[in-house]
Design a protein around this ligand. Structure first.
Ligand SMILES: Nc1nc2c(ncn2[C@@H]2O[C@H](COP(=O)(O)OP(=O)(O)O)[C@@H](O)[C@H]2O)c(=O)[nH]1
Ligand SMILES: [Mg+2]
Length: 503
């Protein structure tokens, strides 16, 4: 086992649990090293390449993992069946050890304990190689959940000694190493993200990129580098490459024939449809089909987000445009096999509409998003907030949570078709964003705004070097106190996940 680890970028595997002594490392690979031995090795200057994890290190990592899972312990009061459904992944930093982990949190039926056993399993990796975790997240998730669906049964009676389970973990490690040897993307020091913008010519792709570019170059003072059709922005601590694929018919075939180059390793694809151009809806759907086939041939599960462009404020509510939207939505729904397609209506006249579509794309690239939103949902039910948005200083929505009450407050009609928070607050979204920007420039830590019957509370919070903003929609200003009381706990549980949001 130790030999395998030495040959791999994986620095260790750790299974920890909350047993009767609290958060404990249970199974550790490689074996922990003795602290004295480690000191000696360092002074001899030998074996420098052997990281050496002490029992104390493992314990610290276990505590951080289990604490993230349990928070203030409220989760344990939930129904056991609810707990057993709790299965979340998160990528977390351990800067003290130069490590990053992919952690899997879940509860295990344990006959020796009254409540299901809270557990965290983590794959520890050199933090400089962490792009491996992001780029192979789906493959890693699958083998880990498969592993535990069997392994959990082995430890329901008692936590077997490490010797008896080493073989199980060795097999798991071999599977992880197999991914390392056949990575879907070369392992680099920095994650590079590739976002494709596609759609017919004249569908608004270039205008969209220009709007996004402008926002980012202005906000973080970096000039975006512009290649022929590839531009890049710096966001959330990493570089995101935007590939604008011109959609003229003469090009279309070319892209598809050379799909290996253009679509290969795409993390995300925005597909643009000009909602004014009804005449070309069928043509657009045909092009989309070709792209989807090309992705399938590459065996890529690149998520697709649909941008309905040119929904300008003066025409968006017209009968014609509404019927166009309905019509094209239907075509897309018929096409998609799994669930409703994710759609955003945008217009260059409201930068917010573009940012919200773009945000949702970025969110798709975050392995931590689900867990952050789970924490957000707990926080919001505890505090009675009907809508909570977590915003980066660039105005990207990093996480969101809303309840049906948000619709009442924002006076939206309830509808089956609501897809996400942005549709809930669509008419109010511009207002929310304007409030956000006003607050951002105010330097205040906290502010309250009233919009018709609702109250918007904005908070500025700092996570390591990053400023983040949280926007709450509440029906009553008095909820501010309970929000402030619980904010720190929420941040403690969430900050590491935010630090490793996409890279
Ligand atoms: N009214 C309106 N026009 C737009 C919008 N977005 C793009 N356009 C116009 O549509 C045309 C095509 O846009 P462009 O971004 O070049 O499309 P591309 O070929 O897909 O890159 C240009 O004349 C743009 O000014 C929008 O939101 N509203
Ligand atoms: Mg263009």
């Amino acid at each position: 086992m130790d030999k395998l680890i030495e040959s791999s970028i994986i620095k260790g595997l750790l299974f920890s649990a909350f047993d009767k002594f609290g958060p404990q490392p249970i199974y550790m690979f490689p074996d922990s090293v003795d602290e004295d031995q480690l000191k000696k090795a360092h002074s001899d200057d030998e074996e420098e390449n052997n990281l050496g994890i002490t029992l104390r290190d493992y314990t610290q990592i276990a505590i951080k993992n289990i604490t993230l899972l349990l928070g203030d312990g409220n989760i344990l009061h939930q129904d056991h069946n609810v707990l057993k459904k709790y299965k979340h992944f998160g990528i977390m930093p351990f800067p003290d050890f130069g490590l990053t982990s992919l952690s899997y949190f879940h509860f295990i039926d344990a006959e020796f304990s009254e409540i299901p056993l809270a557990s965290a399993f983590c794959i520890l990796i050199d933090e400089k190689k962490r792009s491996f975790l992001y780029n192979n997240i789906n493959r890693l998730k699958n083998i880990i959940t498969d592993f535990f669906s069997e392994f959990d049964n082995r430890i329901t009676k008692e936590l077997l000694p490490q010797e008896l389970v080493a073989g199980d973990f060795k097999k798991l490690l071999e599977k992880i190493i197999n991914i390392e040897q056949t990575p879907s993307t070369p392992i680099t020091t920095q994650r590079k993200m590739k976002i494709i913008l596609s759609g017919l010519d004249n569908s608004g792709k270039t205008s969209f990129i220009i709007s996004v570019d402008r926002k980012f170059s202005k906000l973080i003072g970096l000039k975006p580098t512009r290649g022929a059709d590839v531009s890049s922005i710096e966001a959330l601590g990493t570089t995101i490459f935007l590939w604008d694929l011109g959609g003229q018919r003469s090009y279309q075939e070319g892209y598809l024939n050379k799909s290996q180059i253009y679509l290969f390793e795409a993390d995300l694809l925005f597909y643009f449809i000009d909602i004014r151009d009804k005449e070309r809806f069928n043509e657009s759907i045909e092009y989309l089909k070709k792209i989807r086939t090309a992705l399938k041939n590459l065996e890529q599960k690149t998520p697709i987000i649909y941008i309905f462009s040119k929904g300008d404020p003066d025409i968006i509510n017209s009968v014609e445009i509404q019927s166009n939207i309905k019509n094209i939505k239907k075509k897309l729904t018929n096409l998609s096999s799994n669930g409703s397609p994710e759609i955003y209506v945008t217009t260059v006249f409201e930068i917010f509409s573009i940012l919200r579509g773009f945000s949702s794309g970025i969110a798709k690239l975050s392995p931590n998003r689900n867990l952050i939103e789970y924490n957000l949902s707990e926080f919001s039910s505890l505090t009675g907030s009907s809508l909570v948005l977590l915003l980066s200083s660039d105005g990207l929505v990093l996480a969101e949570h809303f309840t049906p009450e948000a619709m009442e407050i924002t006076k939206m009609q309830k509808s089956e078709e609501l897809l996400n928070v942005f549709e809930v607050v669509a008419p109010q979204f511009t207002t929310l964003f304007k409030i956000f920007y006003k607050f951002k420039t105010s330097e205040k830590e906290e502010a309250i705004f009233r919009v018709s019957d609702s109250v918007i509370l904005l908070k500025r919070v700092k996570i390591v070097n990053y400023e983040l903003y949280i926007l709450f929609l509440i029906n009553n200003e008095s909820k501010k106190d309970i929000i402030n009381q619980n904010l720190q706990d929420f941040l403690n549980r969430t900050q590491d996940l935010l630090l490793r949001y996409i890279s």
